[in-house]
Structure formats: C-alpha cells, structure tokens
Ligand binder design. Structure first.
Ligand code: EPU
Length: 418
C-alpha cells in the first residue's frame, strides 16, 4: 500500500488535460464482449478500475493490448462465468452480467465489490433482467441468468440507476426485438455506451434522454471509439483550483457536462470562464461565499453525487453555512469526521445531510480514505491545508484518477507517493 505525502498551502496554477470518463470506459469495456471482432478504444484512463475490468475480460478469453491510452481488444469470449476474485474488486463488474447474457444467453457472476458508500443493492438490475425474459437465480454467492426468449420488452426502472440502464442496453443491443427503457439514467457515460453500441450496429433512439428505444441485431461489429472526457475529474480539478486559491485551465472538457457544478461555483463567487466548449479557466479572485442554496445531488443533469465530497471541502473554504445533501448514498458523508479533524466546522444532521460552516483554515493531518471520492476530497483538503499531511491507501484514489500525483504536481502541488 502506498501513501501520498502532501505539503499544502500552494495554489494550483497552469494547464491540465482531463482524462477519459471512468464510468464510460467501464461499461464500454464490458460491451466489447458482444463482438468477436477487434475494438479499438482511445482516451481510456489508465486507472485501477479499468485494469480490474480488463483482468475480467482476459479471464473470459479476450486479448487486450493497452498502449498509452489506447486499448485494443480482440478475440472471443470462451466462457460466461468470470472469476469471483476479479469480480469482487469493483461494482462495475455487474455490467458483465448484461454483456455476457447478450453474448452467451446465459451467465453466472458473483456479487460485485466497490466503494463502501451505501447499500448499493441490485434489485433494479434484477427487475430489468426479469422484464427482459431472463430467468434469474440469485444466491448470496452468485447471480445466474438465462435468457429464455427474445421478445419486445417494456423496461421501467423504479430508480434511474446508471449501471442498471447500462445492463439493459448491453442485453437489448443483442435482442432483435424492441426494448423500451423507461426512466433510464441520462448521465453522459450512459450516452457514451449507447453511442458505442450504435456504432457496433444496434439501433438506439433517445440517447441522452430518459426514454431509450433499442432494437438490437444478431451480430454486433468491432469499432473504434474515443471515450468521452471525465466530467467528474474536470469538476474535481475546478474545485481543487478554488480550494487552493489557484488559477488553472482545464482542457478536454465538454462544457455542457459541467453545467451543474458551474452553477454552484458561480454562486460561491468563483471565476469560471469557458474559453471554448472544451476548455475552461477556473480561478480564485476573492473570498468564496456559501452558495446560499441547498447543495443537493441530483440525477443528471443535477449535481453529481461523485462531486459531493470535494464540494464539501470547498464549502469549508466559503464563508457562511452550506447545507449539503446526498440522498443517494447512505455513507457518502461519513468522511466528514476527517475534515473536522483538520479544523473544519461540519455538523452532521443525519447520514445524508451535513451543514458546513466556513471559512475554516485547515491544518495538516494523517488521514485514511473510506472511498474513492472521499479520497480525492482529502487530497484537495490536504493541498489547501497548512503543513504536511499523509493520506493512506493511495490505491483507492488510483481506482479513478490517472497518475494523479504527477498531474497535480505539474500544477505546482507538493505531493509525492511514498
Ligand atoms: N438511486 C435512487 N433513486 C434513483 C437513482 C438512484 O435512490 O432514481 C440511488 C440508488 O439506490 C443507489 C444510488 O442512488 O443507492 C446510486 O444508484 P445507481 O444505481 O445509479 O449507481 P450505480 O449504477 O451503482 C453509478 C456509478 C457511481 C455513481 C452512481 C450515481 C458506475 C460504474 N458507477 O453507480 O460511480 O456514484 O452511478 O451516479 O458508473 C464512482 O465513480 O465513484 C461511483 C461510485
């Protein structure tokens, strides 16, 4: 296990390029199971979660070549029962259930792993598959599905779950009948998977909306695709610049994917200048203030839950009270005690809501992160704190952020891996 040693107090400055979207790369990697022809993916982030998805692909019999940020995936899937030890490494491994059902018409997968941020059940996935004529047997150690027949399906998601929508898409793309997915998740990564499946040969109407109409094909083809930029990483850099009173220019963004964070940052008095649709400059000019609105996560295009933890750090650096509300995950807020140990004033109202009272100068600490997004939030807190902080278990942060210490160091942060 490695750690980050961070000497805080240095404003971030300079230019940084955003990586490919983690949560688009993961389902698209799973989707390559659907064809025996080679797929070439560019702008793929070199992060641990991508590596874990690739390990499963190799276990299934595919060949993988990963050079710089380009992945070439070829060969055929040999079986539909990926190894339990690989599947348990991440939540996104559940996407292989939809992909393998699409390819092999039956599949068995063990329960997925992932960050400990709440219950994270799979009932929405189960409902999706049942509606699509998959006979399911769920036990505590495995989920087994068999596709009984191809028929038109009307899938209603009682929650607009991102990965359940993606599982529905992965299976529907191989069914030569019509599948309507109602209350689909609309996040940009869901759209990127849908666009990938269209390139492979499926017909999908309504991409970007919460009603998807899919008509699959018997044979999907190998394609070349560039993964969309990571809006969560872009938002994280925006917040980091402001927390450190810095001035950075972020490249390879998609402006429309940053609407909600930009709304709140503007309310807080941050300077956010879009130079064009793929470049934004974010800088600190005067002391930040509370947004004076409840900062509440939402389904797309609402404020993303995956930016809530860094945003709480920013709220500690804004004067006044900020009510932060994440109704999605039960344990997202539990890292706030670490910020309190650094000098932040945070009152936990209940597991979903905290009130942050700023401005609190933060002081260095020895910290350990409970999950990926809390981990990067602690890195940001340490960069804005006076003194030397240690953040244990850097690998948790490597799950979602490529080469993060060198990229932050290129902006002037004093951060090393030890
Ligand atoms: N939820 C609702 N109502 C809804 C939608 C969701 O209550 O209408 C709840 C769910 O019950 C769950 C939570 O919100 O507790 C998230 O649900 P979802 O099923 O959408 O999550 P997921 O598909 O398992 C993906 C991302 C997560 C991200 C969530 C929410 C991937 C691989 N994972 O998870 O990403 O937090 O969507 O946007 O795409 C991360 O990258 O750090 C991460 C955890």
């Amino acid at each position: 296990m490695s750690k980050f040693r961070i000497r805080g107090g240095k404003p971030l400055a300079g230019e940084i390029t955003v990586s490919g979207n983690k949560n688009a790369a993961l389902p698209i990697i799973a989707a390559t199971v659907l064809t025996d022809e080679p797929c070439v993916l560019s702008n793929v982030p070199r992060i641990l979660d991508v590596q874990s998805m690739l390990d499963i692909l190799v276990d299934l019999g595919k060949e993988v070549k990963f050079e710089e940020n380009t992945l070439t995936i070829s060969g055929e899937v040999k079986h539909a029962c990926p190894s339990q030890s690989l599947v348990s490494k991440l939540r996104a491994s559940i996407l292989y259930l939809g992909a393998l059902l699409g390819k092999k018409r039956e599949a068995t997968i063990s329960p997925p792993g992932g960050c400990v941020i709440g219950k994270r059940g799979i009932d929405v996935h189960a409902d999706v598959f049942s509606t699509m004529s998959v006979e399911l047997e769920f036990s505590t150690t495995s989920y087994r599905g068999v596709l009984r027949e191809e028929q038109d399906s009307y899938v209603f998601l009682h929650e607009a779950s991102v990965t359940a929508t993606e599982n529905a898409l992965l299976l529907a793309a191989t069914i030569t009948r019509q599948t309507i997915i109602e209350n689909a998740a609309c996040e940009p990564h869901v759209g990127d998977l849908a666009n990938f499946l269209v390139k492979m040969g499926a017909s999908i109407e309504g991409i970007g909306s919460n009603r998807l109409i899919v008509r699959g094909v018997e044979k999907l083809h190998g394609v070349t695709h560039s993964i969309v930029p990571d809006n969560i990483e872009a938002g994280t850099f925006m917040i980091a610049a402001l927390c450190t009173k810095g001035d950075i220019t972020i490249k390879n963004i998609i402006r429309q994917h940053l609407i909600s964070p930009t709304f709140y940052l503007n309310l807080m008095g941050a300077k956010v200048d879009f130079i064009d649709n793929s470049t934004v400059r974010v800088y600190y000019e005067e002391p930040l203030i509370s947004p004076s609105r409840k900062l509440q996560v939402g389904l797309w295009p609402g404020f993303p839950t995956d930016l809530m933890s860094p945003m709480i750090v920013l709220a500690t650096q804004a004067s006044g009270n900020t009510l932060c509300h994440d109704w999605m995950f039960e344990s997202r807020m539990f890292f706030c005690d670490k910020l309190v140990s650094m000098g932040a004033h945070i009152t936990m109202c209940d597991p979903h809501r905290v009130i942050v009272n700023g401005i609190s100068p933060l002081k260095a600490q020895h910290l350990s992160s409970p999950d990926l997004r809390a981990g990067i939030a602690l890195v940001i807190a340490a960069m804005s704190a006076q003194g030397e902080s240690i953040i244990d278990n850097a690998e948790l942060i490597d799950r979602g952020y490529e080469n993060i210490e060198n990229r932050l160091a290129s902006l002037g942060a004093d951060i090393v891996r030890i």
